[in-house]
Design a protein around this ligand. Structure first.
Ligand code: PLP
Length: 386
């Protein structure tokens, strides 16, 4: 079989070989419980704390502000439940229409339990309406949860401005930074976010490990009640190999952040320019001025994104037609719909997302195949009349 061309890195990334090597001793010799009193456990605990330092360093936090979780979804749930429970039912929850289901779901749960939940609209490039945010905050504050970068379009929200706004009225600010961490620089010592979610499998650690940053002094109700692990903030014996893997992935990301962006952005831009030049009736979805360096979301009008994906998959090319969670259903993506993308283009959106391992040859392969696949599907489309 020819080499897999994997351009679906916003769905998940491969485990970096350095990460795998760092994890292996904790699946073989160093299997002790980090909470144990004996030296064997203590040795393992030192590695957990070293990983915590590396994750903290990536976002310029203090290690004591990092809680290890099982994934980005858990981090988002922990932040929203943990703050909403403390603030009580009078607190508003303010979020946006383009958030990941791991934020929209918990917010809607609290709506059912009496909270006022406001889902802010976005404009045509997926930028959140700041005037609507100001208005929502004016009506009474509580928790604001807005993503750092969108998983489908790569659009980056103006988080510095948003955080300053929320803090100026005494609100609590959570950001789902699952897609931003490791792709763009994040610095919580400068940006006044109170809580930040991240996920290992988006930055070359394995699936099933995440972290929640909680600024010192932020009140958070513990949602996972059990042992005293994570300073009593999340019960459950630590997933040591995966925590160590996340630490290594964070260390690699910190070292390669600028270099990686300088590698993927030109490849992404070449892919974008090539597809626009060779495929008529194609349009970019997202804010091309404020966008993750690795992400391209493009709509091919009059055809189904899923049909393109099946053809590409047969050719060994992996991309996505929306968030990993919503693909598989033929419902158009809630993100693309919220942006008001025209009906003829809503169904034909494809996301290509690159990584440090993407090569120029990968891009050439996609540029070679996509125009032919699009032309073939258009020839069959009942919507194309000319
Ligand atoms: N938030 C965003 C923006 C995501 O893209 C994802 C995963 O696609 C998640 C949260 C969920 O992360 P996890 O898969 O680690 O639960």
């Amino acid at each position: 079989m020819s080499r897999l061309v994997y351009l679906d890195n916003n769905a998940t990334t491969c485990v970096a070989p350095e990460v795998r090597d760092a994890m292996l001793p904790f699946l073989t010799d160093l299997w002790g419980n980090p909470s144990s009193m004996h030296a064997f456990g203590g040795r393992v605990m030192r590695h957990v704390e070293e990983a915590r330092e590396k994750v903290a360093a990536l976002i310029h936090a203090d290690p004591s502000e990092i809680i290890f979780t099982s994934c980005g979804t858990e981090s988002n749930n922990a932040a929203i439940y943990g703050v909403a429970e403390i603030l009580g039912p009078q607190a508003r929850l303010i979020t946006s229409r383009v958030e990941h289901p791991a934020v929209l779901g918990p917010c809607r749960h609290f709506r059912e339990h009496g909270h006022t939940v406001i889902e802010l609209p976005v404009d045509g490039v997926g930028q959140v309406d700041l005037a609507a945010l100001r208005e929502a905050l004016f009506g009474g504050h509580g928790l604001v949860s807005l993503m750092w970068a969108n998983n489908e379009t790569g659009t980056i929200f103006p988080i510095d401005e948003i955080a300053a706004l929320v803090k100026s009225v005494g609100g609590v600010f959570h950001t789902d930074a699952v897609q931003a961490v490791g792709k763009v620089p994040l610095d919580v010592s400068r940006t006044p976010v109170d809580l930040l979610s991240l996920s290992g499998h988006k930055l070359h650690a394995p699936k099933g490990i995440g972290a929640l940053y909680v600024r010192r002094g932020t009140r958070l109700k513990t949602y996972m009640i059990g042992g005293h692990q994570e300073n009593g903030r999340r019960g459950g014996t630590e997933n040591v190999p995966y925590i160590v893997g996340l630490g290594k992935a964070a260390e690699l990301a910190a070292a390669s952040l600028a270099g990686e962006a300088a590698h993927v952005a030109p490849l992404r831009d070449r892919l974008e320019a090539g597809l626009l030049a060779t495929c008529p009736d194609a349009r970019i979805n997202g804010d091309t001025r404020h966008r993750l360096p690795n992400t391209l979301n493009i709509s091919f009008e009059f055809i189904e994104g899923e049909a393109i994906l099946y053809h590409l998959s047969d050719l060994g090319i992996c991309a996505s037609s929306g968030s990993a969670c919503s693909s598989g259903s033929l419902e158009p993506s809630h993100v693309i719909r919220a942006m008001g993308v025209p009906f003829t283009a809503v169904h034909g959106s494809i996301r290509f997302s690159l990584s440090r391992y993407t090569t120029a040859a990968d891009i050439d392969t996609v540029l070679d195949h996509v125009p032919r696949v699009v032309a073939k599907l258009r020839a069959l489309s009942p919507f194309v009349t000319t």
